[in-house]
Design a protein around this ligand. Structure first.
Ligand code: AMP
Ligand code: ZN
Ligand code: FE
Ligand code: FE
Length: 278
């Protein structure tokens, strides 16, 4: 059987891995396909496609958008989006610019707590990609202000913690709609971080097509729970490692994988969506 890892980041957001490294790991680990799901960015897709030429690894164009409600953060994956669409790229550029302002605002809050870091310390970890909280955590770790990355989120920058600054993000409905408009298949990422299952019904009303059932943060029990919800609601069941390279410890590519058949289903669904929304 052939397999796909449907949730991988590159250094175009907050992974430490280049497109060449991502494809190298995917090939070494025997994957038939990887979905490139950078936060609010499609910049890694083309370099990954180039890096994959002749490798036998298929690159699935995707994205991971951040959505917020007043009391939770929701990540929305979009598979087989038309990443070449100008209007979509323009929208992402605006989100990326807002993320830079957000870093300045979070650094200001951290400094009020005497953590003494600068925005430049954070940007050094960002490289050419979308800047975000993992880079803030990495800067705090380097400066010796925390013992591990998790501590940064638990104490300071996790959702609703004292130094958290809301993203200029989508509502869940808005994230689903923009993915559909870009011809992509909206799938809610790692639903365990959202917690509220009843919100899945709400998202289905707005066009949600799938649930990321298998994920590094989902043990077997949690996966089974979301499998049941997916079956009950006729949703696609996807899965992936959410690899951030060394950004979150070890390279997870391929550690969570799904049969290639899921890729076929996503492709077919994207085709339907493109017919519906053109
Ligand atoms: P941002 O895009 O700036 O909101 O940051 C998102 C990044 O922070 C992703 O890599 C998330 O996995 C990571 N992240 C968010 N909350 C937590 C948390 N509580 N613990 C660990 N990582 C987190
Ligand atoms: Zn990330
Ligand atoms: Fe995520
Ligand atoms: Fe992710």
């Amino acid at each position: 059987m052939t397999y796909a890892d449907l949730h991988v980041h590159t250094f175009y957001s907050d992974s430490t891995l280049s497109p060449e490294e991502v494809i190298g790991y995917a090939k070494d680990r025997g994957l038939a396909a990887v979905a490139i799901c950078d936060h609010d960015s499609i910049d890694g897709i083309e370099p990954c496609i180039s890096a994959a030429a002749g490798s036998g690894v298929e690159v699935i164009p995707a994205i991971e958008l951040t959505a917020e409600t007043p009391d939770m953060e929701i990540h929305m994956l979009g598979y087989f989006i038309d990443w070449t669409a100008g209007w979509f790229r323009d929208r992402l550029k605006k989100l990326q610019a807002a993320r830079v302002d957000r870093i300045h605002a979070m650094v200001e809050k951290l400094n009020k707590l005497d953590l003494n870091i600068s925005a430049d310390d954070v940007f050094k970890f960002g490289g050419k990609g979308t800047i975000g909280r993992l880079h803030v955590a990495q800067a705090l770790l380097k400066a010796g202000k925390i013992k591990n990355l998790k501590e940064a989120f638990n104490k300071y920058i996790g959702f609703s913690k004292p130094c958290y600054v809301s993203e200029v993000a989508f509502t869940p409905k808005g994230a689903i709609e923009i993915i559909l408009k870009a011809g992509g298949v909206p799938v809610v990422a790692h639903p365990i971080t959202m917690g509220k299952d009843e919100f899945i019904d709400e998202m289905i009303k707005h066009g949600l097509r799938g649930i990321e059932v298998y994920h590094t943060d989902h043990g077997p029990k949690i996966s089974k729970h979301y499998e049941d919800i997916a079956v009950k609601n006729s949703l696609l069941m996807t899965g992936g490692s959410d690899c951030h390279g060394a950004g979150k410890g070890r390279v997870l590519i391929g550690m969570v994988r799904v049969p290639y058949d899921v890729v076929e289903k996503l492709k077919k669904e994207s085709g339907k969506i493109r017919n519906e929304y053109k």
